[in-house]
Design a binder for this molecule. Structure first.
Ligand SMILES: Cc1cc2nc3c(=O)[nH]c(=O)nc-3n(C[C@H](O)[C@H](O)[C@H](O)COP(=O)(O)OP(=O)(O)OC[C@H]3O[C@@H](n4cnc5c(N)ncnc54)[C@H](O)[C@@H]3O)c2cc1C
Ligand code: SF4
Length: 430
């Protein structure tokens, strides 16, 4: 890290960007989305001198923006006739980092993504004001120009699909993230007017949802819940409540995210639990709630504390479930409590041909963790051999030309999405 900062200080922006990309191929998105207060800037030595930390995120962003403006690519080795072939399942940060690292070392990587666009939560999930879908896609496009092939709109969800990939590729990398949002488990939650946080944010980021009116209630108080509440405010909701069953001191969101939500005008309802969703005789959406108190680890409803909130949109945001359908289909890969078990240092699973990293392994952390895991799985030194990119091969790869013919990204012609507070351009595929 000090190295990339030193290069910026000496005016060597290109060198700085190449240093960042060498460590983190998604350096541009990380510069925007990393919770720097609790990561690099939180650990900055300046704190020891009672001074403000160096603005590492902003510096990283400056170097990366200049690099993207130049249209340059990070150096990659060409592929040789017998280079290793890896299928990366999932098109999010973990797979992108794994695929890019493999390409940098001359291996062939193909990313399979079930959604219409790659990028995972960078494209569809991370708050719009931090990272626009277009910026996520710009980063994916660079990785594609490095020679990574993409097949999207292709779900790998069955044992048969996995077998087909096993036959076509030497190794498989699993970067499938987490499953669907958890349900509230209360009557009426499938009513019209209920839209979970991931759906709301994805619709906002892709321009399918451009306005929200009236009152929005978000259930939950994690970072995703805060993103959804802020999104609702930015889309025009007059009142946004966040309903949380515990107190302010227990809020799982980062402090700076909580402060941000308050600045956006989001109001918090503490120690309140949802009971049921229904409609009144005028068709208005109603959320029945009850006040609770905590006795040891149990939440008990307070007598006569039921209260009904009339709203226009209800947004459950109580976390993603750990399982994706694919994880249930894996044979020979150990899965514990819905998470794939993989060695954090190498991404190795209990199946010799399967590797894994990112949210599907760690249960849901930050983009930078997924990138680091994907990169480690692609390997340096000895673990590179794990994927079959042998040292002897590398010398051949270094002299061979970059293999042409990777599937071109379909989003290339897509219009840029908005820079202002509301989406204005045509919607992106969702
Ligand atoms: C709402 C929200 C906001 C967030 N905000 C931040 C933030 O501000 N900063 C930060 O650092 N982190 C943030 N995170 C966390 C971060 O986005 C994740 O940790 C990161 O994206 C994990 O990367 P991944 O590649 O493991 O999974 P994902 O990004 O989830 O990507 C997995 C991909 O795999 C695809 N897939 C799944 N199953 C299959 C299959 N069977 N076949 C083909 N494709 C499949 C999915 O469609 C998805 O595109 C946020 C998370 C959420 C939910
Ligand atoms: S990748 Fe993220 S956490 Fe790491 S130095 Fe850059 S901004 Fe900080």
């Amino acid at each position: 890290m000090p190295e990339f900062i030193k290069r910026i200080a000496s005016g060597n922006l290109r060198g700085s960007a190449l240093r960042i990309l060498d460590a983190n191929i998604l350096g541009a998105s990380c510069a925007r989305v990393c919770p720097v207060d609790v990561l690099c800037e939180g650990a900055c030595v300046m704190h020891r001198h009672n001074q403000k930390p160096i603005q590492i995120g902003l510096l990283q962003r400056r170097a990366m923006d200049a690099f993207y403006a130049s249209g340059e690519l990070p150096p990659v080795m060409g592929t040789a006739a017998h280079s290793v072939r890896v299928a990366c399942i999932g098109g999010g940060p973990a797979s992108l980092a794994c695929a890019a690292e493999l390409r940098r070392h001359g291996a062939e990587a193909t990313v399979f993504e079930r959604r219409a666009l790659p990028g995972g939560l960078n494209t569809y999930g991370v708050a719009e004001y931090k990272l626009r879908a277009a910026d996520s896609l710009r980063e994916v496009e660079m990785i594609e120009r490095m020679g990574v092939a993409f097949r999207f709109g292709e779900s790998v969800d069955s044992a048969a699909a996995l077998e087909a990939l096993e036959a076509e590729f030497d190794s498989l990398f699993l970067g499938v993230g987490l499953g669907a949002m958890q349900r509230l488990g209360i009557p009426g939650e499938d009513s019209e007017g209920v839209m979970n946080a991931l759906e709301l944010i994805a619709a906002y980021k892709t321009g399918h949802l451009r306005e929200v009116h009236g009152t929005v209630v978000v259930v939950g108080a994690g970072n995703t819940a805060i993103d959804a509440a802020n999104a609702a405010r930015r889309l025009g909701a007059e009142t946004v409540y966040m309903l949380y069953r515990r107190g302010e001191n227990d809020i799982p969101a980062f402090d700076f995210e909580y402060e941000h939500a308050k600045q956006e005008g989001v109001q918090f309802l503490w120690r309140r639990q949802p009971l049921a969703v229904r409609r009144d005789e005028h068709g208005r959406l109603l959320l029945d709630t009850v006040q609770v108190r905590q006795v040891e680890r149990t939440l008990l409803p307070l007598p006569n504390s039921q209260y009904t909130i009339a709203c226009d949109l209800l947004v459950p945001a109580i976390g993603q479930s750990p399982l994706t359908q694919l994880v249930q289909e894996l044979r020979g890969v150990e899965v514990r409590k819905g998470r794939i078990v993989a060695d954090p240092a190498t991404g190795r699973t209990s199946h010799p041909r399967y590797f894994a990293a990112g949210d599907c392994v760690n249960g849901g952390r930050e983009v930078v963790d997924a990138v680091a895991g994907g990169k480690r799985a692609a390997g340096r030194g000895s673990s590179r051999a794990a994927f079959g990119v042998r040292g002897a091969n590398l010398a051949v790869l270094a002299t061979a030309g970059l293999k042409a013919g990777a599937t071109r990204l379909k989003h290339r012609q897509l219009p840029d999405v908005r820079r202002g507070r509301r989406c204005r351009g045509p919607a992106l595929p969702w």
